[in-house]
Ligand binder design. Structure first.
Ligand code: GDP
Ligand code: MG
Length: 181
């Protein structure tokens, strides 16, 4: 068996944002290719594993779902510890959940840095895009500015329901994680 040059990576990735924005749904879609309209809000922390094989390297993404603790609006350092990337999610049908992203990003950056002192890569997800908010949305430039102001490496309009842009968002995050190693 030839195992030469095969590299394995394990990345802890956080999925954070307000209650009901679709964090659990995004993880289920990404990992299990399923969607349901009623997930129980499990209490505690859930993990899911997604494996990517790129150019003979294996990337194991351990996705951390905060499951029920969002109502506190912040997390403990223990939860963030050793993560190398994050998705911060908001719900395009509820503007207050975008305001909350500022708070989530600040909470993350205040409690977690990479060994070189830099912030971990974070990608912003504008979820529930299937609701047809194109007309109300206006231009994307406001979100682009928001991402620059708050240090996101990228953002995507996503739908866990219709499977829009979730793989693309994850690829983007993983590429930035690799580049920051
Ligand atoms: P969480 O609290 O952030 O984990 O949110 P959930 O994943 O539990 O989703 C909350 C509700 O939004 C559920 O009823 C989901 O079915 C629904 N939902 C999640 N993602 C989407 C999406 O992309 N589109 C639509 N239409 N509904 C979604
Ligand atoms: Mg959840």
């Amino acid at each position: 068996m030839m195992l030469n040059n095969h590299k394995e990576h394990l990345y802890k990735i956080l999925v954070i944002g307000d209650l009901g924005v679709g964090k659990t749904s995004i993880i289920k879609r990404y990992v299990q290719q399923t969607f349901s309209t009623n997930y129980r809000a499990t209490i505690g922390v859930d993990f899911a594993l997604k494996v990517l094989n790129w150019n003979s390297e294996t990337f194991r993404l351990q996705l951390w779902d905060i499951a029920g603790q969002e109502r506190f609006g912040n997390m403990t350092r223990v939860y963030y510890r050793e993560a190398v990337g994050a998705f911060i999610v908001f719900d395009v049908t509820r503007p207050a959940t975008l305001d909350a992203v500022t708070k989530w990003k600040a909470d993350l950056d205040s409690k977690l840095t990479l060994s070189d002192g830099k912030n971990v890569s974070a990608v912003l997800l504008a979820n529930k895009w299937d609701h047809g908010f194109e007309a109300l949305w206006g231009s994307d430039s406001r979100i682009e500015q928001f991402c620059r102001d708050h240090g996101f490496v990228g953002w995507f309009k996503t739908s866990a329901k219709d499977n829009i842009n979730i793989d693309e968002a994850a690829d983007c995050l993983v590429k930035h994680i690799i580049a920051s190693e």
